[in-house]
Design a protein around this ligand. Structure first.
Ligand code: PBG
Length: 326
């Protein structure tokens, strides 16, 4: 097997040869595109902290969803910003909230596009935490009750998949029971199963106006130092009724994606978060790297690690690239 009998470079001699032996190929089927919807009319406002992303209103979001579907992307993930916030985040389950209306608009205009909704309270609470506060702490079980109401309101509006991102214990079970009791036994849950307390959510918190007013999220989101714990979180969510499990963020956690991919027989999603997106954009804007090449390398690495689904703000551009659309 020694040199010169073996020369690894033989299989790198041309683009056709490299294509022939390539182990990982991104597909448009892998992508989910996140969208932000807020109260208002006729809105398509650029989000300052996230280049190329916009705040839509319920009446403008269907046109964007149609563009996404036309690129072949199978799903969008909706985040909502309410008109007003309160201690419990009650707009999160309002029948005519921005997300609920957006879901109806999108399902009417583009029924074939999957609509996934983020289920959390942090955009809706006046204190910015992902649940209700009692005695200065996020109350787990009281929050789960509310999250089940939020999920149900999304599904009643037509959501195909609900995605709880709060990291309360037991919330998948509460949501699964609420869906079963109300006749939505076919609705899928994609749980943010291993969600880390990450610094890479910075640009999103600005976009979603959801930074916590006091403290941080380390009392419920995972410590980035832990891997075994991620396996336990994922196993629990599957037992409670999650159909798809997610790891978030992606790039600092490729080892976690790899371990989960080897271990669990469920579709595995990875969230290529706002900080990862903007880190690349900012470096490209500064002329430090080739944006498209870096984007494809980033997404390919997430798939190579073991993700079946990639949630990414690059979805539209990457969809064009993998399909050679100009
Ligand atoms: C909140 C939520 C966050 C993200 C998705 N859902 C932020 C947070 O937990 O603070 C981050 C997404 C991103 O950074 O792209 N429930």
């Amino acid at each position: 097997m020694l040199f010169p009998k073996t020369r690894m470079r033989r299989l790198r001699t041309s683009e056709a040869m490299r294509r022939l032996v390539r182990e990982t190929a991104l597909s448009v089927d892998d992508f989910v595109y996140p969208l932000f919807v807020r109260e208002g009319k006729g809105l398509k406002e650029p989000i300052k902290s996230m280049t190329g992303c916009f705040h839509f209103s319920p009446d403008t979001i269907a046109a964007e969803a149609r563009d996404v579907a036309e690129l072949g992307i199978p799903a969008v993930l909706l985040f909502g910003l309410p008109a007003k916030k309160d201690a419990a985040g009650s707009e999160a389950w309002a029948e005519n909230g921005a997300v609920q209306r957006a879901v109806r608009e999108i399902k009417k205009a583009v029924p074939g596009l999957l609509v996934i909704t983020d289920v959390c309270l942090c955009e809706y609470t006046d204190h910015g935490h992902c649940g209700v506060i009692s005695n200065g702490k996020v109350d787990n079980d009281a929050t789960c009750e509310l999250l089940a109401k939020v999920a149900l309101s999304h599904v009643q509006a037509g959501a195909d998949i609900v995605a709880p991102s709060d990291m309360m214990d037991g919330r998948v079970r509460y949501i699964r029971e609420a869906l079963e009791e109300n006749g939505f036994s076919d609705t899928a849950i994609m749980s943010y199963a291993a969600k880390y307390a990450s610094a890479f959510y910075g640009p999103f918190r600005d976009a979603a106006e959801s930074a916590p007013a006091f403290g941080d999220r380390r009392g419920y989101q995972m410590d980035p130092a832990n891997g075994d714990q991620a396996m336990a979180e994922i196993a629990l969510d599957i037992e409670e009724g999650a159909d798809i499990v997610m790891i978030k963020p992606a790039l600092c956690f490729l080892d976690i994606i790899h371990r989960a991919g080897q271990r669990f027989d469920r579709p595995l999603a990875a969230y290529n978060v706002s900080g990862e997106y903007m880190m690349l954009n900012t470096a490209a804007d500064a002329g430090l790297l080739d944006r498209d090449a870096a984007m494809m390398e980033m997404l390919t690495s997430i798939k190579r690690a073991g993700a079946d689904i990639i949630i990414t703000y690059f979805a539209k551009e990457a969809a064009k690239k993998v399909q050679n659309v100009k």
